[in-house]
Design a protein. Sequence first.
Length: 447
Amino acid sequence: MQEITFRSPSFFDDIASKKDVHVHLILIATKPDIIKQVPLYRELQKRGHLVVLGHTGQHYDENLSGGMLKEFSVTPDFNLNVRGIMHEVVSQIIGRLGDIIGQLAGRGKIVIPYVHGDTTTAMAASNAGFCHRFASVHVEAGIRTLTPDLGKWSKEAIIDWKSVDIAEWREFLMNRENWVRGGLEPYPEQFNTRCSEAATGVHLAPVELDRQFLIAEGFPEDRIFVVGNSVADATREAMERIGDSTVFDRHPQLAKGNFVRFCIHRRENCLSEERFLAIYGAMKSLIEEGRTVLLINMLQTKAAFERFGLTAEVQKLAKTHKNFVFSDVWPEYVDVIAAMSKAAVCATDSGSMQEEMNVMGVPCVTLRYGSDRSESAINGGNLLAGPEDSFSIKKIIEFAWDNKEMRNVPKLYGENVSSKCIDAVERVLELGKQKVFRTDKEWLSSR
């Protein structure tokens, strides 16, 4: 098994020679990590901090990592090169990153891991820092799943979608009182974000709703900062570069817009035949009716097509319908944003896509029973479509299609977010006597 690789053979000596006591350690692993963490990495560099970029190696091919690193012009200082199934990846991150942090600590450095969201890396990397008594900065802290309380919709707590007015469903979702906490989906992401929180010293919450979750869970208010989401910085930067994209040369069907982008990759959707077939059936129906459909064929999507015997069928569908773009993941973020700038609606089970669609003003349909970005539905730009039957999913997508009210909802995720994030970290370091963790005495004096 490949072990840790370093950009420089003198990595530890180079870091030790710097006068800065703090090492700001930015961790990336997946595409969302790169998109949301690189803006903070650049902001730390701009302010002259000692900053290190570490890659776990989870996403290691060109489409999922290499292309985007080149696009953003960043090179990791080390790569943990983790491989395997979930428990193996978790243990490798904790062990290998823990060794790096330990060696830096032995050279007199205070290491501040920056972990993002609800990823496996966030859970494991914060654990590695915690083992050395170093608290993490949790970027995108406090995201918790809310689920619509169907008991408030009908006495039977079920929905007869044939009779539902989707405008009324949207209005129902826009009322915070109609949502309940406690959802464990998506798996394992809701576990990951909760675990990360316990090892966090600076909670960077995207929206006020997330701050409320954190306070309810007992985290100190003076360590919680509502800063927006750094995806807003990355998305707007990519929107400025749309002219550089070549995506419409490769997929001219998308240049005219008026299409839906499907993204299906959550384990709960891709491991359940009932859920996956419901989503696939809605997509297939839209294609056969002549709607233009883009499906990004991700790793979990491919596995689901194989698992449920649909690979040949979906490939045939792509060959016989010019209005169906069936594509592997695009390596460059600017291509994603260029395409989505022309989309009529995005149908996704992703978390980040719900945020990006709000930033871009594109209607979103979330293919889940609940959402960890429920603020976007409460805001009116996102609709839940539980993956239970094709009819309801298709009906909700058709309602959202180029829906003007959904396009024009307020933006939620801020501007200059990376700057606000680092402002918060610097404030904590200044007030916390150069340490992110608090002592029990400091805790008691703050009450």
